[in-house]
Design a binder for this molecule. Sequence first.
Ligand code: ZN
Ligand code: ZN
Ligand code: ZN
Ligand code: ZN
Length: 243
Amino acid sequence: MSSRLHQTGLLFGFVLLWVSAQFLGAIGGPIAACICGALIGLLGTFAARFFSLLERPAWLLPLLLGGCSLLGIGITSLEHPLSSLSWLAAPLTILASGTIVVLQTLNRRRCGLCTRRLSPGALTFTCPRCALVVCDESCWSFEHRRCQLCVEHRVPLLSAQKQWWDRTLGPEATQGRCQVCMASFEQSDLRHCGRCRRLQCRDCWDNLNGECARCSWTIPDLPDSLQQIASSYNDARPSHQHE
Ligand SMILES: [Zn+2]
Ligand SMILES: [Zn+2]
Ligand SMILES: [Zn+2]
Ligand SMILES: [Zn+2]
């Protein structure tokens, strides 16, 4: 809340600054007024970006700066007779600011999957399976902890090497069934959970991101990329995704 107050104060200060600058510029004649207007558009936009003011909607900032310029000229015109050219300063402000806003929007990061442009504070995830950086809105599966493309194509996470499995979970089971998909030891490569000793096949271990479906024990030697997701989840996971 206090940061919001801080932002509002800052914005108010900037508005005063830009209005006064345009007021003084307009006294200097039409050319000075126009140069001043363009500068307000440039500096005002960079200053607002730096302090994260008025980020959305994008058109608001150019309009506000244009308004400041217009107000500055208006105040000057009360005292001094102004050439009509001086009034061009306001559209120049909007043009300068609008150009920067458009260029910055074009330079924004895109989602690796749906390619939509991401707002600066957008929540993104780096998929542990394919390393794509994707948006949280439509391309990340919170439940599966991977991008939708990897969900669709069943991209594996864990090693395909038998040695890795032997080292991590011990030797292949010679009896029983996978507790998730019910595959028998003859059909699939089953491995014991490190805690409850129940069996899961390698595909199910992989699909559950190395977690035991029963006791939630996880394989200790998981890829760093997955562990980072797990730690970032605590704050990022929306409650409705639990269902
Ligand atoms: Zn996306
Ligand atoms: Zn992926
Ligand atoms: Zn299974
Ligand atoms: Zn277990």
